[in-house]
Each structure stands twice: as C-alpha cells, then as structure tokens.
Design a protein. Structure first.
Length: 79
C-alpha cells in the first residue's frame, strides 16, 4: 500500500506517471468488478477508492488502523 501511495504522489509531481497510475487503478477496479460486482463497475471503483482512503493514514499514524471500520465500510458498498 505504501508503494501505491508513493506512486500516486509521484504522479502528482511528474505527469508522465499519470498513465501508469491510471492503468493500475483501472486494472484493480476491473479485477474487483469481475469478482464481486460484474454488473456494477462503479461499485468496484468506489471500493478501490475506499480501500485507498482507509489505508492512506495507516503509515502516517504509525500503523494504527480501525479494523472494524475497514470491515464495515465495504459491506455498505456491496449489498
């Protein structure tokens, strides 16, 4: 996850990396869509965004995370 965060931040500084980030994000979204929501690709993209949002603070807070929150939120996206 840290490497992914670093890639996102590097792409903000270097636009040449944006296609790499875009492709990575799309591949992950497509894989999730195939597995959990084939008819709902928007839900898969929302899940990727949720996981990114939940995981970003973890290295910044010394690894403190809220496992309950991390388990509950995807269930709200995927009924």
């Amino acid at each position: 996850m840290e490497l992914e965060d670093e890639l996102y931040l590097a792409a903000l500084r270097d636009p040449a990396l944006c296609p790499v980030v875009t492709a990575q994000y799309q591949e992950l979204s497509d894989a999730l869509a195939e597995r959990i929501a084939p008819s709902r690709p928007v839900t898969a993209r929302a899940l990727v965004a949720l996981v990114d949002g939940i995981s970003l603070p973890v290295p910044l807070t010394g690894g403190a995370d809220d496992a309950g929150y991390a388990r509950e939120m995807p269930v709200r996206l995927i009924p």
